[in-house]
Design a protein around this ligand. Structure first.
Ligand SMILES: [Zn+2]
Length: 286
């Protein structure tokens, strides 16, 4: 199953219902851009992006918001899914019940491609096994400097435009990023069982980086019935965000994160310092 078919073999031209269901599991560290990648892949009429399916029970109990804006227990789509044979999971690791929800969701939607962004390699592999569909795992990787700035500024952010995190937070967040890369690489046995998607390349050319030519129009993505994920998933027609905020981080701290992130920062070919930081300094001097 996993690895039998690469993501670049997804054929968006096949008519609805004619193709067997396929599963794409997105893996990565929190704030890696998985929601944006999943939203992009879910653009096609034959695809459905469900967000973080493993959090269905948590979101159901908390009366969390669906990507469509409704509360999960009152969302018409998820109500239909539960009536159609989807079982309410006992927990976020009740993969049998979560798989039943995903089966029901793809049948009701008429789609043939289902994308989950639960981000855990363990859950992506478990869901692929339970579904028994042709499956692909996408590991989304974001520059650790972008990850550090994202944590520093917070989800709802924009609390501040400050791009100068303190050293303790910088070390802690980079360590977390490093651990995720190491564990996911080991669990997924890269590159044999998954496709690597670098967010900095995805933002520039999503079709090329994911291998899926979705009907993207003007770089915008629509709303969806995603279960959980980045709060921005509830914003319709959101442009794909560029990961540039970290370019304003002090160069010494950019370099420190690069060094702490080795060997992965070198493997992913991230620059030691943002290439246009010199240009930014010139702009300030004028
Ligand atoms: Zn909904």
């Amino acid at each position: 199953m996993i690895g039998d078919r690469k993501a670049d073999e997804i054929d968006e031209t096949e008519p609805i219902h004619s193709a067997p269901p396929r599963f794409v599991g997105i893996v990565g560290v929190p704030r890696c851009g998985s929601t944006m990648v999943g939203s992009y892949l879910g653009l096609g009429g034959r695809a459905i992006f469900v967000g973080e399916a493993t959090r269905f029970r948590l979101q159901y109990d908390r009366v969390g918001r669906c990507g469509c804006g409704e509360q999960i227990p009152s969302c018409g789509f998820w109500q239909s899914v539960l009536r159609h044979g989807g079982e309410l999971p006992e927990s976020d690791t009740d993969y049998s019940a979560i798989a039943s929800i995903l089966r029901s969701a793809i049948e009701l939607s008429g789609a043939s491609l289902l994308i989950d962004s639960s981000k855990s390699a363990v859950s992506a592999l478990a869901l692929a096994e339970h579904l028994g569909w042709d499956s692909t795992i996408l590991m989304v990787v974001r520059d650790p400097r972008g990850h550090v700035i994202s944590v520093h500024q917070g989800w709802r952010a924009k609390r501040t435009n400050d791009a100068d995190p303190d050293w303790a937070l910088l070390a802690r967040v980079t360590g977390s990023w490093w651990k995720h890369q190491a564990l996911d690489t080991w669990r997924l046995r890269i590159p044999r069982r998954c496709r690597l998607v670098k967010y900095d390349k995805f933002e520039k050319d999503p079709a090329r980086e994911t291998g899926v030519h979705g009907p993207l129009v003007d770089g915008e993505v629509p709303f969806n019935h995603s279960i959980a994920g980045n709060p921005s998933r509830k914003t319709p027609n959101r442009a794909i965000a560029g990961d540039v905020r970290w370019h304003s981080m002090p160069p010494l701290k950019q370099l420190a994160v690069f060094v702490l992130g080795l060997p992965f920062t070198a493997i992913y070919r991230y620059p030691p310092i943002a290439s246009f930081s010199v240009g930014r300094r010139k702009a300030h001097l004028r």
